[in-house]
Design a protein. Structure first.
Length: 294
């Protein structure tokens, strides 16, 4: 699908996602943090998330806690400039929805003014008030339950959630509360497949799983994980479809070899002077010119 014919490209909307959940059509979401990744992903996915995972994926932090509104705005602006047809969701970073209702609405509303279609925020029942106030301001909200990375300290690490009966029941209750508060979809992260399936069948809104088994209404994976752009440990739930890191390094090293053995750039990759000017510059000498100017 071309990005140049904007008027003919149908933008994905919230009612479409709801309809697709009802029709049993699986929803696909990935992350993008800049215009290039957004353009790669946009023709393929239904939703693009400017995730606060930008902190660990792109910015070199160990977790998402240092990610600020200024950082999120910077990356959202870049993605929005790609004018995606996919529904564009922006992640509310740590402390952007915890301090005061006014701040929360300004931060979330600011995301919409910059081009997001919706915001995502982490947390269960205790976020109901915040979610209601955003929805009242016509700001669509995607919830996020299970492993919520902004709670890494409270959870004692990035651990699978909802394995104990109490935790599983709380998650099912939270999912209901978030739906009642007005969320249009929920991300379910790192929870047992059976629990995600139960949540999905009990809700009317779509669930988007990441490490939550096959029975969610859709799936999300981080762009860099799908394409194998990150070296080192990968969570069990990541399936990688390319060895992007190696692929890109191989391409870059072929270019470096060409530079070093002087086969790059070739004549067709170089600009030429118009006829006659070559002789002029060949006759130039620094001392001549300085004498003329004096
Ligand atoms: O920040 C993020 O990328 C996310 C997804 C993994 C759901 O929250």
């Amino acid at each position: 699908m071309s990005h140049t014919s904007e008027s003919t490209v149908e933008r994905i909307t919230l009612p479409m996602l709801q309809r697709w959940k009802e029709d049993g059509r699986r929803l696909v979401m990935t992350t993008a943090y800049d215009a290039v990744t957004a353009r790669i992903a946009d023709p393929i996915v239904d939703m693009i998330l400017v995730g606060d995972s930008v902190g660990n994926v792109c910015l070199g932090f160990d977790n998402t806690l240092p990610v600020s509104m200024a950082m999120m705005n910077h990356h959202l602006d870049a993605v929005a400039r790609a004018k995606p047809r996919a529904l564009l969701v922006a992640d509310m970073p740590f402390l952007s929805f915890h301090l005061s209702p006014g701040d929360t609405i300004r931060n979330a509303g600011g995301f919409l003014q910059r081009g997001a279609d919706a915001v995502k925020l982490e947390g269960g029942a205790k976020r109901v008030g915040v979610i209601r106030s955003l929805v009242d301001c016509e700001i669509p909200v995607m919830g996020h339950l299970g492993l919520t990375p902004q709670s890494v300290n409270a959870m004692g690490g990035f651990k699978v959630q909802g394995r104990k009966a109490d935790d599983a029941l709380r998650l099912l209750d939270d999912a209901q509360r978030l739906q009642e508060a007005g969320c249009f979809a929920l991300v379910l992260e790192a929870i047992p497949a059976e629990l995600a399936a139960r949540a999905t069948e009990s809700l009317t809104i779509p669930t988007i799983g990441i490490g939550a088994g096959p029975d969610c209404s859709g799936q999300v994976l981080v762009f860099h994980d799908v394409l194998g752009l990150i070296e080192g440990h990968r969570p069990k739930f990541v399936r990688t479809y390319a060895d992007g890191f190696q692929l890109l390094q191989e391409a870059l090293s072929r270019w470096a070899v060409d530079v070093r053995n002087r086969t790059f750039p070739a004549p067709q990759e170089s600009y030429r002077l118009p006829q006659g000017i070559g002789e002029t510059i060949a006759n130039w000498a620094p001392s001549n010119r300085i004498r003329c100017e004096a």
